[in-house]
Design a protein around this ligand. Structure first.
Ligand SMILES: [Zn+2]
Length: 413
């Protein structure tokens, strides 16, 4: 009798510990395409594939001993550009895999994050569905190298970029709802006026308070226009008193300003608006405000630079993202990355967490260009995000690709 109850207990225990599935991690980039053709239960992150299956699956796909992990409960994917996202993971969740702002985790029944008001533009959580490509690399070229564009790119002045970044970071904070931010916005408006543009401060209102967007305008031969944008505001653990925001997003802001310099005397078909948004860190407030308060119908594209100067391991890849409908636009940007910089481009159609979003939601093609390893930046949203961690060489590539993309777009008119 005793023996039997022990057996029964062992049996019940075995039942309880049955996993709900097994995931395998495939890092061999040469195998990705053939596996995708044969087997649908995959998630792709760049050159890495996660497949759901059994040992049999692995045998059939002829993969040698990939690392595997059992999971319990349901699978979720979180996309987050906010360090606070980790607060949403708790004892009923288990993180399985992290990649470039995507967090794959399992959660026990009853995990109710989907019903909470945690679905913001900076943090989104969805149940996993197979198959899904979260990002991939692109090789093809649709656009050809153009010496005229290269000549314009040669006028980029990285000493000037550096000086402007120093000028920005000299403000103790650029947290949107501070006097310092207001002063900085007005300073950047003056700078854009000096370059020779018509400029204005456009105030946006939001549930959080009022804030300033800085706008400079270049009239082209037509009223069709392209927006070059980046957020000027910064944040940190002491946002109201100390937030240098060198990489996030002093880098993108001075990128926008450098495009303003070099395009000043170039005749373009497109009109251009150079915009420094406020309130990005509080929920994309400035860009939502802009998209709400302005006529959008002439906009043919939006180029957003956010965090373009940091790398941890290697500066040989840039990450660009949009939504599926803007496929042509992002491929054009990808071509410009390749033609005018000798680096790799990783593309994602899962855009989130920055100022391209309000435009994408209104069906306007918008592309974010961002450093590949932004999620590995230990100074992200910290008081230590200063000039010590900036790579001006890496940053120059972003300025080049965005300028080239703008000029290619201009040729299409
Ligand atoms: Zn940012």
């Amino acid at each position: 009798m005793k023996k039997l109850s022990i057996l029964l207990l062992v049996f019940i225990f075995a039942l309880c510990s049955f996993a709900d599935g097994t995931l395998f991690l495939i890092k061999d980039s040469n195998k990705i395409n053939s596996i995708k053709e044969q087997y649908p239960l995959f998630l792709q992150f760049g050159n890495e594939l996660i497949i759901k299956g059994s040992k049999d699956t692995i045998k059939k796909l002829k993969i040698d001993n990939p690392p595997s992990k059992d999971f319990y409960g349901e699978l979720f994917i979180m996309k987050a550009r906010d360090p606070k996202a980790s607060d949403l993971l708790n004892e009923s969740t288990e993180v399985i895999y992290m990649y470039n702002g995507f967090v794959l985790f399992s959660a026990k029944e009853g995990y109710d994050v989907l019903t909470k008001d945690h679905q913001t533009d900076k943090i989104q959580i969805r149940k996993v569905e197979f198959p899904e490509v979260y990002s991939s690399f692109r090789e093809k070229n649709q656009v050809d190298f153009d010496q005229n564009i290269e000549d314009v790119l040669d006028t980029i002045d990285m000493e000037r970029v550096k000086a402007n970044l120093e000028r920005l970071v000299a403000y103790k904070t650029r947290y949107t709802f501070t006097d310092e931010y207001k002063q900085c916005a007005s300073d950047m408006k003056d700078l854009l006026t000096e370059i020779g543009y018509e400029t204005k401060i456009q105030e946006f209102t939001s549930w959080y308070g009022k804030g300033d967007n800085v706008i400079a305008f270049k009239q082209g031969k037509t009223d069709k226009k392209i927006l070059v944008v980046g957020h000027l505001d910064s944040t940190s653990e002491k946002a109201k008193t100390l937030a240098p925001g060198g990489d996030d997003n002093g880098s993108g802001s001075v990128g926008v300003i450098e495009l303003a310099y070099i395009l000043k005397d170039i005749d373009t078909n497109l009109s251009v608006e150079f915009i420094l948004f406020g309130g990005e860190e509080n929920g994309l407030l400035g860009s939502y405000g802009y998209a709400r308060d302005n006529e959008l119908e002439n906009i043919v594209g939006v180029l957003n630079m956010d965090m373009i100067a940091f790398y941890k391991n290697t500066p040989n890849t840039v990450y660009i993202e949009t939504y599926e409908f803007a496929r042509d636009f992002i491929y054009l940007v990808a071509d410009c990355v390749k033609l005018y910089n000798d680096i790799e481009t990783e593309i994602s159609f899962h855009a989130f967490g920055s100022d391209h979003l309000p435009f994408l939601k209104k069906n306007i093609p918008a592309v974010l260009t961002i450093e590949k390893e932004w999620d590995l930046n230990p100074h992200y949203h910290k008081t230590t995000d200063d000039l010590r961690h900036i790579s001006f060489d890496y940053m120059e590539k972003f300025i080049r690709m965005n300028t080239a993309a703008l000029l290619e777009m201009d040729k299409k008119l």
